[in-house]
Design a protein around this ligand. Sequence first.
Ligand SMILES: Cc1cc2nc3c(=O)[nH]c(=O)nc-3n(C[C@H](O)[C@H](O)[C@H](O)COP(=O)(O)O)c2cc1C
Length: 361
Amino acid sequence: MSNKLECYQNGIRFENPFLVGSGPPSTNAKVIARSFDAGWAGSVIKTVSLDHTKVRNIAPRYGHHKVDGKCIGFTNNELITDRPLQVWLDEIKELKKQYPDKVLIASIMEEPIKENWQQLTDLVCKAGADMIELNLSCPHGMPERKMGQAMGQCPEIVGNVTGWVKEASTVPIWSKMTPNITHITEPARAALNAGADGITAINTILSVSGINMKNFQPVPNVKGVSAFGGYSYTAVKPIALRMIGELAMEFPKVEISGVGGIVDGQSAAEFLCMGSGTLQVCTGIMLDGFKMIERLNSELIDIMDIHGMKSVHELKGKSLEYFGTMAEMANRLEASKQKTKAHTDSFEGDNIVDVSKELTL
Ligand SMILES: Cc1cc2nc3c(=O)[nH]c(=O)nc-3n(C[C@H](O)[C@H](O)[C@H](O)COP(=O)(O)O)c2cc1C
């Protein structure tokens, strides 16, 4: 594979920008090894906590949002790992022995208690993790224990937790943001002020997959009860791109790991153009398999070749300069003397479809 795709973040080398995002494709050492063999540059392990016995996963826990029979969005009600921490620590050690050049990122989550976060940080560092990702963002991350998104929505807690982990960590740390917030830059700022080396965005978006009209029950449900789930895959890409753009514009020097709907070379390149340095894929792998890395790599190289780019770093932030305000857009249109087609007088009701088409690029 060409080294055009090699990239660096926080001094760490990635053979290509593609990492397995925390979730089912990083559920244990066996699947992580399979992803490394397939060509993924690194993996963010399924989120671990100190006491796995408190994690009670349910099934069924996934839902498909289909349009014309095709899955465009995916919902899940999956908690963090329910495997014992010691098993994970042994697996991290073994994986690093077998795959010294792959980047292994420990995703960690705890209740907002300093000793817990620092103990977990110390353990994953000693096991040999290359980096740590702080899960401050799972939507169903046991809010009754004030974990996951319940923390990520509160910048003060994000700052505290990030500071505790930074103090205890011997490796770079990324804080993973929830999109279920008005301004993603606020918790991100708190994380960066507390010493985060980078930001991962986004986790899943709170959602309802659908309703079964036979019994009015939401799907998926367990014995008639459901909860708002996390939405991912292609449909969330526009929201993820916007949020990454907001982060990159607000914090131009900060390393971003982009995630949310990456499925092909085009979407990967879009995340880079909006300011991401590395890219994570979770649902895409669940629906397409680990082999998709070959397509991701070759399609990304094709896009770079069209532009004569020698390094994937050249795509980073490439599109940010093209964003402005609505007023700037109106000014440019007026200056070009091009007549805007937005004549609301021409709406007659029965031509709304045609008028809408005319206003679409
Ligand atoms: C079934 C499932 C389980 C997930 N579990 C975790 C997790 O344990 N920790 C975490 O930080 N993110 C978790 N995520 C979120 C993903 O890492 C990712 O942020 C999100 O799904 C958006 O990316 P995607 O569209 O590529 O899936 C999970 C996602 C899915 C679909």
